[in-house]
Design a protein around this ligand. Structure first.
Ligand code: ADP
Ligand code: MG
Length: 274
């Protein structure tokens, strides 16, 4: 549904941010993108709904070329992006106004706009904040409103660029849970993060380095790839532990490294067998 073909992009100051990136994102997929700071993740995200246009190659969103100005509104309706700092995305004086902004821009009739806003408030459980200024919300609440604002436009595909990195672990986990629920409802998700822990259940992980895709695969194969450590990316601690145990001849199946409970159970089983 989104296809990048040999995309290259340099910023006006000459910094090369993407080099020859080819990538296809399928409907309903949960794709994780990881990589060091400056590896080109955000630049890639901005290409997915036409906020940036490729200088070489092309980006096709459901058959629409992002360089085609006439298609831009259709593309933006189809692909929504949520960024790291929700406060930079707020445009309304109240949460309600903020949520209405996207649908208004899509020129929906007022009755439809009201419906979008009410649904967004109900889905997030934020009715009580309807008349609050979004700037007065906590980081986690703000991120939920930013998400609701994008959802009000009913996109098929959602891009999240390090949305949990400024949040405390509990708020971060709550936001990620909402995002996973969206995928179960059929949305396509592209999830950019530093925290590999969050990608255990991804369908596919893409690793970026210096504007290129250097590794791609399911979480198990990507986490097991030795080149990941060379990039300075930290493996989830349970997976790291499983790797160390393996060096001692103890094999913990991948799926058991998904939670401390499963891991502990597996270790106990191994002990009891002896
Ligand atoms: P990431 O999201 O992985 O941290 P970015 O896509 O933000 O990486 O950045 C890729 C490269 O482009 C980096 O070298 C960064 O310094 C550069 N860059 C990003 N935004 C701009 C900009 N507005 N102007 C010039 N260079 C930029
Ligand atoms: Mg970034």
């Amino acid at each position: 549904m989104i296809r990048l073909e040999k995309v290259s992009y340099s910023y006006p100051d000459g910094t090369s941010a993407l080099e020859n990136v080819t990538l296809a994102i399928k409907k309903g997929e949960f794709v994780g993108i990881i990589g060091k700071n400056g590896s080109g993740k955000s630049t890639l995200a901005l290409h997915l709904n036409g906020l940036l246009k490729p200088q070489k190659g092309k980006v096709m969103v459901r058959g629409m070329d992002t360089r085609d100005l006439e298609k831009l509104q259709g593309i933006r309706k189809f692909v929504g992006i949520v960024f790291q700092n929700p406060e930079t995305q707020f445009v309304g004086r109240t949460v309600e106004e903020d949520l209405a902004f996207g649908p208004e821009n899509l020129c929906l009739p007022p009755v439809e706009i009201r419906k979008c806003v009410d649904t967004a408030l109900a889905e997030t459980g934020f009715e009580k904040y309807r008349y609050r200024s979004p700037k007065t919300l906590s980081g986690g609440q703000g991120q939920c409103v930013a998400l609701a604002g994008i959802l009000a436009m009913r996109p098929e595909c959602l891009i999240f660029d390090e949305v949990t990195s400024m949040l405390d672990p509990n708020s971060g986990a709550a936001v990620l849970k909402r995002i996973k629920k969206l995928q179960r409802k059929g949305k396509t998700i592209v999830y950019i993060t530093h925290n590999l822990e969050e990608l255990h259940a991804a369908d596919r992980i893409i690793v970026m380095e210096k504007g290129r895709i250097i590794l791609e695969g399911d979480p198990e194969s990507v986490f097991s790839d030795a080149s990941l450590q060379n990039l300075g990316l930290t493996l989830p601690s349970l997976f790291e532990l499983a790797v160390r145990l393996k060096a001692h001849g103890v094999t913990i199946p991948w799926e058991k490294a998904s939670s401390p409970d499963c891991f502990a159970e597996e270790i106990c089983q191994l002990f009891l067998k002896k």
